[in-house]
Each structure stands twice: as structure tokens, then as C-alpha cells.
Write a protein that binds this ligand. Structure first.
Ligand SMILES: Nc1ncnc2c1ncn2[C@@H]1O[C@H](COP(=O)(O)OP(=O)(O)OP(=O)(O)O)[C@@H](O)[C@H]1O
Length: 604
């Protein structure tokens, strides 16, 4: 799987307009084919109507004016105005259709991307930079809305205007038409060079913007802000941001300046054609072969010829840019989901207490460097199994494997005898309640955070869960009670309060399996007491796995597993482990011995 910093393809040549890509992109247009067809019909109409005013001008100059025919003049002027008005109205309708099609495609893509990212493995989010995900979700996908208008419609419109004008010019006078078209090849030459420059600049701008998003994400989030303040890194971070910002501004100025030069060169070429027409057309007029009206009509029409050629040549750049956007989005869509439902996956029985069995489980985050090796144990149904061990020994990893946040390399994990890989992910996770070390609450009210577990839970049930988690009294004493907003990640609450709310949330979900990672932050005695009581209630009659940092937490554990460096060092009940001269005894003596030392010290 490719994760991490996704690179904007380094070489322009990497993005090729191949058939597969076109088919893939056109699939997004498929649901809106009727609207797209309508746009094409409107384009045909407006491009044909656009020729008429020039022809009317010719008749005004050559007939209505010399013959002093006021009626004919009025008729021509009215016809010309009507044509312009009808074109204008069709244009308005087309703009609406353009917006409708492009916004709907953006809507579909954003939904698809969100759904896809929801299914990405945890490993993806631990590796990829947050700014990158946001850039792809927002600016890249939003950039697609310009693609339909700026690329697809523009392409067809220009082709239609170009061909209808060329036909009209040739029908009027083929010699003059050939002369007028003389300047056309001159447009093509600078385009290639220009496209390379703008491509490179666009790529660099995109990267800088991602970097900018990243800095904002990291330093202006709650935890990032605290980190920055505590280490007094404001100036350093500001300097870093300023540098990236300056670079992004410089690139954007260069990008638009490069465009200006291009337009200037094109404008120069555009003025060559009319001059040639005046020269040769004037000669033909003097010879009596052509009328003044024809020359004027010709020059007016010529403008319609150069505009599209100019746009079509620079459209090449836009097509490349659009393709790059699609490529960047497709890059995410093409990432392997890794953890998927097995084709014959079954739903786990709802609410039945079962045991969890690890058999020779080996797992590595990075290939060839196992984090867990040969883990085998049974967490008995309806009992508490405790995981203890030094920091980094692999306890959280074991619990993550039960939730199938990662898939194991070898061995098996079963629940009630069924391999978890044969269970649907949705049903598996619905049967597990997780209380993590760091409680994640979103910025909403306490009630909303609790309801995340069960939207249909009646109020009494919610209150009962909070009472059982020893947090109800605290909540009702807040000025807004259950409607109190908890702040980003629940910052307005203490660690102990947050963890009790998270226990209440799991109680509302009421699953038969509970995984609990005890908070490491030292809680005061009262908090610890209430959390312990809340835990006792939560774990009652559940198959539970508790990661304990304080051995006092797991007095009720029927089975203790000591993890050391990714392996099970020893296991058994408390008495058994204390009877051995092993890791547990050492941990026990260190924790309780330390407590005694501290007490002696205080007493002394
Ligand atoms: N997403 C990850 N990618 C790569 N390595 C990881 C990842 N998560 C954890 N690790 C590594 O795996 C090892 C086990 O980590 P784990 O979080 O399971 O330890 P732990 O026993 O729960 O630690 P603690 O008690 O401090 O929470 C550690 O060396 C850690 O650096």
C-alpha cells in the first residue's frame, strides 16, 4: 500500500490522457448525461448564431446604407440584436447547467472520498499528513468544478466556434480565408513551453499549500497550540509559516505573470491577421473584386477564429491541470483498503458473551519487524483479563488487533470460536466497547457526545449510564447540565471527568466485550476511586480486556497477562504471578514498594 506524503507526479509526462483515464473521468459525468447533451446543443446553437451579426454588418454596409434603405437597416439591426439576445439567454441557461453538472460531480466525489477515507486502515491516518487529506478533500475536489466549465465546455465551444467560423470565412472568400488563417500556426509554438512552466509552478504551488495546511493543522490545534506555547516556539513556528506562505505567494505571482506574458505574445499574433486582411482585402476592393462590407465582416469573423485557437492552445495547460487533479484524487481512491469484509463474512451473534482467543499471533506494523510474536491466550467469557507490561511492550497493539484495526501476519484471533476475519467488521465492532487512555470527545454537548454511542437512547437510559459511571452528579451541577459544550476534544473537562463520560458512553452502547486502556495520567484519589467504581459496573458480566498501568486497578482480574517486548512473559492469576520471581513480581514490588517509600517519606 502506498501511504504517506503523496507526491504530485514529478514529470509532466507522467500524466497522459489515456483511454482508461478518460473512461474513468467520464463515468462521473454519466449520471448527468442529459444535462451534458443539452449543454452541447446550446453550444451548437450559440456558435452558429454568433456568425450572424457579422453577416448582418456586411448587409448594413453594402446594401442598407448605400441604398439609404431605412426599413432594411432597421430590420438588420433588430435581427442582429435579437440574435445577440437569444445567444445571451442561451448562455445564461448554459451557465446554470454548467454549475449544476460540476457541482453535482464535486458533491458525488466528496461523498465518495469521505466514504473511502472512512474505510482506510488506521495505518493510513498514522502515516499521512493531516493537511494532505484536507487538501485532497477540499481544494483538489473543489478544483474539479472548474474542470467542466473551464475544460470540457471550453473545448467543445471552441471547436464549434472555430469550425463554424472557418466554414463561414471559406464560403465568403476562400483566398481571404487562407490569408486570415496564416497567423494560426504561430499560436501553437509558444504553447508547449508555456505549459511546462505553468505546470511546474502549479505543482509547486499545490505542494506549498499542503505544507501551509499542515502547519496550520499542527500548530493551531488545541494540543499543538499548548505544545507551541510551552516550548515558546511561537517565533520559530511563525517564521516557518511565513517562509512557506512567502514561497506560495511567490509561486502564485510567477504563475500569473507567466500567463500574462503568454497572453501578450498571443495578442501580438492576433493582430497580424486583420492587418493582412485589410492589406489584401483593400487591394481586392481597389480592384473592384470585393465590397467594404465584406472586408469588415471578414475582420469581425476573424476575431471569432483567433479567440478559440488561442484558447484551445492554452487549454492544453488546463487539461493537464485537470488531469493532475483527477490523478491526485484517484490516487487516494486506488489505495488498498486492506481491511475488508471477507466475501463470506457473517455477522457475529448480537449481545452474546463469548471468549476471545489468541493463537500464535504475530504482527508487525512494518514488514520484517514484528511488534508482537507468538501471542497465545484466552480471555474467558464474562471475566476480566488484564494486560500489564512496560510501556511500548505491545499491550495497545493486542487490543487494536481484536478490533481489527490492523490484520495479523500469522496465527488467529477468534471470538466464540469464529475467526474475527470471518466476521463482518460492522458486527464485530458493534460488539466491542472501547475506553481509551486518551478520551476522545468531539466539540459538542455532553448529551451529543453520549448519544454518539446510541442515538435512540432515551433520556433516562442516558442518565442511568451517567449515574453508573459516577458522572451524573457532576454533569447536573454544570450551568448547562447535559447541554454543556465540552470544547475541542473535550478540553473543558478534566481527564477523570472525560474518562467517566467515555465509560458512560460505552455503557449506553452496552456491548458484551469491553476493552479498556486505563488512563496513565495520575488521577487524584477521589477521581481514581470513582473511575474504579464506574469500571466495576461497566465490566460486570462482560468479557473484558483491561490494560492496567496501576496494578491496583486489576484486583478483580481473573487472569493477568504480562507482556514483555512483544511476547507473553508470564500469565496466571495474581497469587500465581506473585509466587514467581518474574516480571510481574518486579512490577508489583516497584509499584507498591514505591508507594510505601513515599508513605514512609511523608510520615518520616
Ligand atoms: N501505528 C504504529 N506504527 C508503527 N509502530 C507502532 C505503531 N503503534 C505502536 N507502534 C510501536 O509498537 C510498539 C508497541 O506499542 P503499543 O502502543 O502496543 O505499546 P503499549 O504496551 O500499549 O505501550 P503504552 O503502555 O505506553 O501504551 C511500540 O514500540 C510502538 O512504538
Amino acid at each position: 500500500m502506498r501511504v504517506g506524503r503523496m507526491k504530485f507526479n514529478d514529470h509532466e509526462s507522467a500524466i497522459k490522457l489515456n483511454q482508461a483515464l478518460i473512461i474513468r473521468i467520464s463515468k462521473y459525468f454519466q449520471p448527468y448525461w442529459r444535462h451534458t447533451l443539452l449543454v452541447m446543443v446550446i453550444l451548437c446553437l450559440t456558435s452558429s448564431l454568433g456568425i450572424l451579426p457579422s453577416i448582418f454588418i456586411q448587409y448594413i454596409i453594402d446594401q442598407a446604407l448605400p441604398e439609404k434603405d431605412l426599413r432594411f437597416l432597421c430590420l438588420l439591426v433588430i435581427a442582429s440584436l435579437t440574435t445577440t439576445m437569444v445567444s445571451g439567454l442561451l448562455g445564461v441557461w448554459q451557465s446554470y447547467l454548467n454549475a449544476f453538472i460540476s457541482q453535482n460531480i464535486v458533491y458525488d466525489m466528496k461523498n465518495q472520498m469521505y466514504r473511502h477515507l472512512q474505510k482506510m486502515p488506521l495505518q493510513f491516518f498514522s502515516t499521512v499528513k493531516q493537511g494532505e487529506v484536507i487538501t485532497r478533500m477540499t481544494s483538489d475536489i473543489s478544483g474539479i468544478q472548474g474542470v467542466f466549465n473551464g475544460t470540457v465546455v471550453s473545448f467543445f465551444n471552441n471547436i464549434l466556434v472555430l469550425s463554424s467560423t472557418a466554414i463561414a470565412l471559406i464560403m465568403m472568400n476562400w483566398k481571404l480565408a487562407l490569408l486570415g488563417m496564416f497567423a494560426v500556426p504561430l499560436f501553437i509554438f509558444p504553447t508547449r513551453k508555456m505549459s511546462q512552466i505553468r505546470w511546474k509552478l502549479a505543482k509547486q504551488t499545490q505542494e506549498k499549500m499542503s505544507e501551509e495546511n499542515q502547519i496550520i493543522q499542527e500548530t493551531l490545534s488545541f494540543s499543538g497550540y499548548i505544545l507551541m506555547k510551552l516550548f515558546t516556539r511561537e517565533e520559530k513556528e511563525y517564521e516557518g509559516f511565513k517562509a512557506v506562505n512567502a514561497e506560495s505567494a511567490r509561486l502564485q505571482i510567477r504563475e500569473s505573470t507567466a500567463g500574462r506574458w503568454f497572453i501578450m505574445v498571443m495578442t501580438t499574433f492576433t493582430s497580424i491577421g486583420p492587418m493582412l486582411i485589410y492589406l489584401y482585402g483593400g487591394y481586392l476592393f481597389i480592384q473592384g473584386e470585393i465590397t467594404i462590407g465584406a472586408i469588415i465582416a471578414f475582420v469581425t469573423l476573424l476575431g471569432r477564429l483567433y479567440g478559440p485557437v488561442n484558447q484551445l492552445t492554452s487549454l492544453y495547460i488546463d487539461i493537464k491541470r485537470s488531469l493532475a487533479l483527477f490523478e491526485r484524487i484517484f490516487e487516494y481512491f486506488d489505495m488498498e483498503l486492506q481491511i475488508n469484509d471477507h466475501p463470506h463474512a457473517v455477522a457475529i451473534e448480537n449481545n452474546v458473551i463469548k471468549d476471545i482467543k489468541f493463537q500464535n499471533v504475530t504482527f508487525s506494523y512494518q514488514n520484517g519487524n514484528p511488534t508482537l510474536q507468538n501471542i497465545s491466550f484466552i480471555a474467558s467469557a464474562g471475566k476480566m483479563t488484564a494486560l500489564v507490561g512496560a510501556s511500548g511492550s505491545g499491550k495497545t497493539t493486542i487490543t487494536n488487533l481484536i478490533l481489527r484495526l490492523y490484520d495479523i501476519d500469522s496465527g488467529s484471533i477468534t471470538i466464540g470460536g469464529i475467526d474475527i476475519r470471518l466476521l463482518t467488521l460492522q458486527s464485530l465492532r458493534s460488539q466491542i466497547g472501547l475506553v481509551t487512555q486518551e478520551t476522545y470527545l468531539f466539540n459538542g454537548t455532553i448529551k451529543e457526545n453520549l448519544q454518539y454511542a446510541n442515538y435512540s437512547a432515551p433520556k433516562e437510559e442516558m442518565i442511568n449510564a451517567c449515574k453508573a459511571a459516577y458522572i451524573h452528579e457532576f454533569i447536573i451541577n454544570l450551568p448547562n447540565g447535559y447541554d454543556t459544550v465540552v470544547g475541542n476534544r473535550g478540553v473543558k473537562l478534566s481527564g477523570g471527568e472525560k474518562q467517566r463520560i467515555s465509560i458512560a458512553r460505552v455503557l449506553l452502547k452496552n456491548p458484551p466485550i469491553i476493552i479498556m486502556d486505563e488512563a496513565t495520567s495520575s488521577l487524584d484519589a477521589v477521581s481514581e476511586y470513582y473511575i474504579r467504581k464506574a469500571m466495576d459496573y461497566l465490566l460486570m458480566n462482560k468479557t473484558s480486556i483491561v490494560i492496567a498501568h496501576r496494578l491496583s486497578t486489576i484486583n478483580n482480574a481473573s487472569h493477568i497477562i504480562v507482556v514483555n517486548d512483544g511476547r507473553i512473559a508470564e500469565e496466571g492469576d495474581k497469587e500465581h504471578l506473585l509466587g514467581r520471581d518474574g516480571v510481574y513480581k518486579e512490577l508489583y514490588e516497584r509499584q507498591f514498594g514505591m508507594k510505601r517509600d513515599m508513605q514512609d517519606h511523608t510520615l518520616g
